[in-house]
Design a protein around this ligand. Sequence first.
Ligand code: FMN
Length: 287
Amino acid sequence: MNYSALIQNRKSVREFSDKYVSFADMDVIKAYFNKARRLVPELKTELRLFGLDTRAVLEGAAGYKQFLVGAPQYMVLLSEKGPQFEENAGYLMEDLILKLTEMGLDTCWLTFTDSEYVKSALEIESELEVAAIAAFGYGVKTTKRLRLNFLSMKNVDDAAKRRYMEPKRSVSELVSLDSWGNRQGIEEYIGFYDDMLWEALYAVSQAPSYLNRQAYGFVLHGGQISLISTPDEHTLEIDARLSLGIALLHFTAVAENWAGKLQWRFGGEAAKLELPEGYAVVATCAL
Ligand SMILES: Cc1cc2nc3c(=O)[nH]c(=O)nc-3n(C[C@H](O)[C@H](O)[C@H](O)COP(=O)(O)O)c2cc1C
């Protein structure tokens, strides 16, 4: 897949036509799932696809407050619980979402808070947890690009009505050199990798994130890159971790074109990178 192009094409779509995705395409999605990228491949995962009547059942169980995205299809990722299972779910589901983008389908991530509630609403019998949900189908063509941006859950409806658009953070706002917040020398450092590193970081700047909060950043240090989580009072832990997994997928999928296979190590010392209180090293890899 041409990840850079797909990442630039993807956007959250919240208005869908009634057209159903064909059985043949559903099979393509299921087959792709088996070979999709995983951050923690040992974790057991399952993909369930839902069609007809799911919207009514999911109402109240998923989506920003009072704003379930009505779509003809939904996909639910189930996962074994274990270290980094939420990040793995974000990573894996986003890879699927980009596959759907390649297939000409539109998507929207959906938040949820209670795995058991979703499982019983959808009559899912499994030992695995609900780890990620997305709506998909054929979006209604609109002239305005509907990108929601909100400061808190209570602003969601208003923001949706206004179809408020806000740009995402730029690469230079997302990246520091050697220690958190240091921007000096960044351009030269990124320039050393020609446009390649910039392209991978740009792919992260375009990533979907819960409430478009982009509660993360990167520190480049000694030939390595670390993803840092930044505290965000508006984001629940599951959504924060899914968003971090998505950011890692965007970076990895694009960077691997030139850097070869990237091996992320989870965790790391906050003090070394001079992270402020509440910030944490999510994962580090050598470039
Ligand atoms: C974990 C997660 C949960 C999300 N939940 C919802 C949701 O419930 N409803 C919704 O409309 N959008 C949801 N989104 C989509 C974000 O609002 C969207 O990614 C963000 O506003 C940026 O817009 P974009 O995806 O078009 O780039 C979610 C995104 C993530 C990553």
